[in-house]
Design a protein. Sequence first.
Length: 241
Amino acid sequence: MRILVINPNTSAAVTDLVAARTRAIAGERAAVVAVTGGFGARYIASRAAAAIAGHAALEALAEHVAGCDAVYLACFGDPGLSALKEISPVPVVGMAEASCRAACSRGGRFAIVTGGASWQPMLREFVAGLGLSERLAAVRTIAPAGDEIARDPEAALAHLAAACTACATQDGADVVILGGAALAGLAARIQPAVPVPVLCSVDAGARAAVAAANGGRCATSAPAADSIGLSPALAKLMGSA
């Protein structure tokens, strides 16, 4: 089976990071095809950037989904997830949604820790959209944004561990999600310093994508749309070409 990993921001280094983790989890069960967004922000830190990333993800889906058995939207905000699910011929898994549902299966209340203060309100809105607000203990952010953490993860480890610990001791979280594609692999490194389980969002999404690929194909539900200005591949997938 084949899994299409879409990084909807424009950082190829982050794409490579997520693809490596996904390949490690999938092992011999799946081939991984990794794609970076063709336009937009290198790091998503606003609703505007997320909206553009959603379009980039749709374009990547249309161009590369043929022959794949599942799609992994590898961004911890899941930009464009609902739209991707609507038109994709195969199951689509979002990193943030998969992480939240995995956290709920591990404990009563969960928290999210990530880089960049602008993500706090956006993630609260996202969790509300999943209907999980009552299960959310906290969203805490640290000053370095995700792209900065990716460049220098060592400098962020103590800050991430402190934020995760505060979620447990002050906010009442039973499990903490370390959210963000750029934070791949860091959960295991800070776990010894945190009194509750810390989930890696990249790994949670990859496991869900492997499971989805085993579940078979799905039918698209979006009606044909008369569109202009789209790439030929996306126009075709939307039924307007």
